[in-house]
Design a protein around this ligand. Structure first.
Ligand SMILES: CC(C)(COP(=O)(O)OP(=O)(O)OC[C@H]1O[C@@H](n2cnc3c(N)ncnc32)[C@H](O)[C@@H]1OP(=O)(O)O)[C@@H](O)C(=O)NCCC(=O)NCCS
Length: 205
């Protein structure tokens, strides 16, 4: 049977028409678990191999992530993941010790990466805010971001939006994919709510 233009039979009855629901981007933010690490590694390695937003040149390994996970757990520092309704890890954010010396005990450096398709929808802001809140609850005072000066406009914008201010730049301290790279330092004062227990560096050395 052929339909002619204007033929009313071409219009499906209402109950047979497909329902077009607007795309909903939903997720849950929770502390990372050991089982999340392979997904976290994949997210991070994508940027290692394809971008200059991280100055890492070598893809990270599972032992690397296990070690970092254990360290942050021991130091009681937040390591958060965002998970889709289907249970897929679509992004992560973590806070790690800044500069490796004990008197920096109230200062952390953040790290935040989203998986493919998860950027530009507000998830970065939600994750970074959750990380800031978690750090304030454990009595930390300062968060620092070290950001590549090439290709990381989204990160600079995200940090500025959440109250970070630029604290300086260093040009040509890195070199990746055959070109020089610099770093942008941003910092944000935290409002500690809880009291920091113990040292950021574990046992005294
Ligand atoms: C940086 C990153 C976490 C931001 O997360 P996001 O979910 O995309 O960010 P949001 O949607 O919450 O937006 C935050 C701000 O960044 C801006 N932004 C997002 N993507 C952008 C882009 N590609 N270019 C410029 N600005 C961008 C948004 O407009 C928003 O600012 P506004 O509200 O003032 O308009 C994410 O893009 C990402 O994973 N990037 C690659 C990894 C990376 O650079 N990590 C940081 C290393 S220091």
């Amino acid at each position: 049977m052929q339909f002619e233009p204007g033929d009313r039979r071409r219009v499906l009855p209402r109950h047979l028409r497909p329902t077009i629901s607007p795309e909903v981007f939903s997720y849950t933010i929770r502390p990372a678990r050991a089982a999340d690490l392979p997904h976290v590694r994949e997210i991070y390695n994508h940027f290692v191999s394809n971008s200059a937003v991280t100055l890492d040149e070598r893809r990270s390994s599972i032992p690397y992530w296990r070690e970092k996970f254990a360290l942050l757990e021991r130091l009681q520092l937040p390591f958060l993941v965002a998970v889709s309704p289907a249970g897929v890890v679509i992004g992560y954010a973590l806070a790690q010790p800044w500069a490796g010396k004990n008197a920096y005990k109230y200062t952390v450096e953040d790290s935040i990466y989203l998986g493919p398709g998860a950027g530009g929808k507000g998830l970065g802001a939600a994750l970074l805010q959750a990380l800031i809140d978690a750090c304030e609850r454990i009595g930390l005072r300062e968060m620092v971001a070290v950001i590549s000066d090439q290709g990381a406009e989204a990160s600079i914008r995200l940090h500025a939006k959440l109250g970070f201010v630029e604290a300086g730049r260093m040009g040509r301290v890195g070199h990746k994919f055959g070109r020089d790279l610099g770093t942008v330092y941003m910092r944000r004062q935290l409002t500690p709510i809880g009291r920091r227990r113990g040292s950021l560096f574990g046992a005294r050395r």
